[in-house]
Ligand binder design. Sequence first.
Ligand code: GLC
Length: 439
Amino acid sequence: MSSYVTRKTPGDTSWFTASRFGMFIHWGLYAMPARHEWVKTRERIPEEKYDKYFKYFDPDLYDPRDWARRAKAAGMKYAVLTTKHHEGFCMFDSQYTDYKCTNTPAGRDLVREYVDAFRAEGLHVGFYYSLIDWHHPSFPIDHLHPRRDDANARELNEGRDMHVYAEYMRNQVRELLTNYGKIDVLWFDFSYPTQTEGPYANGWMKGKGKDEWEAEELIKLARSLQPGIIIDNRTQLEQDLWTPEQYQPLEWIRHKETGELVTWEACQTFSGSWGYYRDETTWKSPEMLIRMLVNTVSLGGNLLMNVGPTSRGYIDQRAKDALKVYEDWMSVNSRSIYNCTMAEPEFTAPADCRFTQSVDGKRLYVHLFAYPYAHLQLRGLAGKVDYAQFLHDGSELLFTEGKVDHFSEGAAHAEDLLVINLPPVKPNVVVPVIELFLK
Ligand code: GLC
């Protein structure tokens, strides 16, 4: 059994850490301007102009069953959809606002269809809910808000009452956690209590954090409605999930004060934006996509990989291709991902390799980021391996112990050395995996 123990949290993370791989979905009105989900504030777009998106939002090609099937085929076990992003537009039929999809040409509850479709494919269902709201009339203007530079910003801010907004959030979270059956993840986003300095700084504008969100109450409510739910830390109150964003951690994330290992989930995008961004071209290569997943699991984490569907509701070809990369790889290599975690400390991966190990401790997986010529030399593994094979095709890999061959010198000749004989040409797999059955 794996010797790693993570910090206890209120939610049920057991299915989550066994799953390792999920789909993030950023979908909202911002898919129409198609130039980043922060477009409203980046371009300080006035309400009247942003209302055009509301007026014409018509996802006529929305087929969440297709999304769900693609997620499942890619090996993803859960999904998290933006029910409301910072723009404030609700993708569900809330009684507490008119700013919702049912009042656009979409005319239906898009969250409901997502939930039904993903559940039908056997995937766990999660909701992203933005704490920030650039539409709600009670949300005080701050340095991230689209109206921050308006000449009358200060006047506009008068009478905005954070308590009113906090109550609105509780009402909506109650709807989300009552009307859609069992919800597995609640992903709040995000707090910025101290960001009152820097390019956006402006004396009277204040950042927002747990006190402004009334986070204690919000979370208490969520837990009372869905006891096992996994909640992230971005209300600024520590819950189940640590969420490193757009970077690859170099070690298992630890609790700041206690040093305990924590449950973490990296979130990443296929290209440089979360929402659909037509003209963005920094799409990740197949190698990068697979390596991100492997790196994450090799450090005991989950990967939440983002898709930003178009405003018409379909996943564009570039995102489909990226999902297909995962599909091809996971269809034959998922055994090194599901129910796997960081390898025991006694095992150190050689250069250009990443290890994962099954939680039961019985199998060690070697991921080859660069393909070595003909031999893979693994220190510390002599005498410990019963059988070795390529994972993708289950073909035997012969190995020797102690040395590469009778001419080998130096480190290629060591008692603890295990030498795997590899075919000279890399198999046709983005990242080949060697499965070692331990004794
Ligand atoms: C950030 C961004 C946001 C995105 C999120 C995903 O906090 O504000 O646009 O939804 O990260 O992690």
